[in-house]
Design a protein around this ligand. Structure first.
Ligand code: FES
Length: 119
């Protein structure tokens, strides 16, 4: 099982291949935002990688980050926990002014992932 380390929060064993956004919420107990429900449309699921950043990304993640001119972060809804990784949670419900963390996220990455090398 991969180890997910959340900076300042601890280390958590997560099921291999679990969606990172769900691991952050369900396993690490974080109030991570995911407004669009893991559809790669909002960027509120963004995290900063400290270690173990995946070398691949989905085309949807690439397109969303590019369209919004966001850099230096990754979309946790577009990443599977298939190896050890350390992240910094930077987009929380607390202090966001939002009513909730967002729409429910499915177990599988949506939309259907097309994997590309990270640019
Ligand atoms: S982009 Fe909206 S939850 Fe990931």
């Amino acid at each position: 099982m991969p180890t997910l380390t959340v900076e300042g929060q601890g280390q958590f064993e997560v099921a291999a291949g679990k969606r990172l956004v769900l691991a952050l919420v369900e396993d690490a107990g974080q109030d991570q935002l995911h407004a669009c429900g893991g559809q790669s449309k909002c960027t509120t699921c963004r995290v900063e990688f400290v270690a173990g950043e995946p070398s691949q990304m989905t085309q949807a993640e690439h397109d969303c980050l590019t369209a919004r001119e966001v850099s230096g972060v990754r979309l946790s809804c577009q990443i599977n926990c298939d190896h050890d990784m350390t992240v910094r949670v930077i987009s929380r419900l607390a202090g966001s002014g939002r009513a909730d963390q967002g729409k429910p996220c499915t177990a599988e990455i949506q939309p259907e992932p097309a994997w590309i090398e990270k640019t």
